[in-house]
Write a protein that binds this ligand. Structure first.
Ligand SMILES: [Zn+2]
Length: 481
């Protein structure tokens, strides 16, 4: 009790409160990174559509949930976080978006076609409405472009690389081509920040110039990792590294997975660009989206500030803030362990079975990147194999090469012109009794399938069947609307 006793006697002398006349007018617009038009639009729609919520927040919530009007009950649990300021409702740092503006915000969130997890993280940082997460999931699942260009199903086990202690200390690099132009890519092993610069040619000199440009922005890394391609194996490049005091490490040419961080970054950029109309904006959206499990974006980890993107956000979010590096490193390592666990267990486990009528996308055939829309017709007699229909033709595909899709994502102009793609049909409708012959040059998963009996002998797919492990599978009964 000594301490509080002493402190209670050592209080500060009373200072008179500043007079109200000292208050200066403050505009909320100064705290929000948003155009004036958008601000007015938000205010108007909030006034019109969220009037009841606004009034309740301003007048105070009732004591018990039962007294709250039914339409406001979803907000009951978060009532302590809700505030109204200048006609706009906030939940914490997030702006509550009125219903009629939600579609517009969803489009902005998904503008660069980032995946579900990234889109959710992007949105959660600045926006809020009840069921926002499921709305985002719907939007991404039903996006045609995302269904057209998706990742291959996971195959090999993940080998995580160690996280360096500081941003831009260890940087991976590679050249890649996109739309017959050459680009230099660097990826920071710490922040996952991806830098991309256009190169004049494939030469060593151009690669060095590109790298110098990137290092002038972020500093010189201690270590560069590359696959040891001709640009990086030259004397010129060795001289450049020596001059700049960089250690150059190359991955074994027989083990490309050693340079996985870079390969993944190249894939990320290509996937973004295939779908994006604005390449630079797509990169900005990737860089400003919080990393899974860390809640800081690559650019924040690298530069300590969150640059503005097209989403409306509070200015506070854009203010540079210090973060706890130890904490971030722990989270990054934890995240890597998680990724490895899910990646490895996913590739090992069986995929859930498909049913006739399910909307799917077929893995691209060699030389193509496009996942074509298709509908499951029936199971094939051989395990994990299906007959699917796409553009009026039937194909036989292993389940590894089929991904679930939605009707919305499949119903577009792409469905009509897909026959132009080089998908070799397995069988035509009128030739269904001929023995299955797989087109040559397909991936190994097709070749592994044993030749099956003719399709007249295939099991009736609508009926329940039992898997090899003894699990009974029943297809859901669908409403035939
Ligand atoms: Zn998309």
């Amino acid at each position: 009790m000594y301490l509080p006793d002493t402190l209670s006697r050592a209080y500060l002398p009373d200072t008179p409160h500043p007079e109200n006349t000292d208050l200066e007018p403050v505009s909320t617009l100064d705290f929000l990174s948003i155009t004036e038009d958008k601000y007015t639009e938000l205010q108007e729609h909030t006034q019109r559509e969220l009037n009841q919520l606004q009034t309740t927040i301003l007048n105070g919530w009732p004591n018990v949930r039962q007294e709250v009007p039914a339409s406001l009950r979803p907000s009951w649990d978060s009532r302590s976080e809700l505030a109204v300021c200048d006609g706009i409702i906030y939940k914490g740092m997030g702006i509550i978006v009125p219903p009629s503006l939600r579609r517009q915000m969803l489009n902005l969130v998904h503008e660069s076609h980032l995946g579900i997890v990234k889109c959710k993280q992007r949105a959660r940082e600045v926006l809020y409405w009840p069921a926002m997460n499921s709305d985002i999931e719907e939007t991404v699942k039903n996006c045609t472009k995302c269904a057209d260009f998706q990742r291959k199903q996971p195959a090999e086990l993940l080998i995580p690389t160690e996280t360096p202690g500081l941003p831009f200390m260890m940087v991976g690099t590679d050249l890649f081509e996109f739309e017959s132009k050459t680009y230099l890519l660097t990826v920071d092993y710490y922040s996952k920040f991806i830098g991309v610069d256009r190169l004049e040619d494939l030469g060593s000199k151009a690669a060095i110039e590109g790298m110098k440009a990137q290092f002038s922005r972020h500093g010189i890394p201690e270590v560069i990792r590359s696959d040891g391609g001709p640009q990086f194996a030259s004397k010129e490049f060795a001289r450049f590294c020596k001059e700049y005091g960089i250690t150059h490490k190359t991955s074994s040419p027989h083990l490309p997975s050693a340079n996985m961080e870079v390969e993944r970054a190249v894939q990320t950029v290509k996937r973004l660009w295939r779908k994006a109309t604005d390449k630079q904006l797509a990169l900005l959206d990737y860089r400003t989206t919080p990393l899974d499990g860390v809640n800081l974006s690559p650019v924040q980890l690298l530069m300590g500030r969150r640059p503005r993107n097209k989403l409306p956000s509070l200015r506070d979010l854009l203010t540079p803030t210090a973060y706890n590096r130890q904490d971030v490193m722990q989270r990054l390592d934890h995240q890597k362990a998680n990724q490895k666990f899910y990646h490895d267990s996913k590739s090992a486990s069986d995929l859930p079975p498909l049913c006739p009528g399910d909307q799917v996308r077929m893995a691209p055939s060699p030389g193509s990147k496009m996942w074509n829309p298709a509908i499951v017709v029936k199971r094939h007699a051989s395990p994990r194999s299906y007959i699917v229909e796409s553009g009026g033709r039937e194909y036989r595909r292993n389940q590894r090469d089929l991904r679930r899709s939605t009707e919305a994502a499949n119903t577009t102009e792409h469905c009509s012109d897909l026959a132009a793609d080089d998908n070799t049909p397995y069988l035509n409708n009128n030739q269904s009794s001929s023995p299955p012959t797989e087109p040559c040059g397909r991936s190994s998963s097709h070749q592994q399938e044993p030749a099956a009996a003719s399709s007249s002998e295939t099991s009736r797919p609508d009926e329940p069947y039992t898997t090899r492990s003894g699990r009974a599978v029943r297809c859901p009964q669908r409403l035939d609307l």
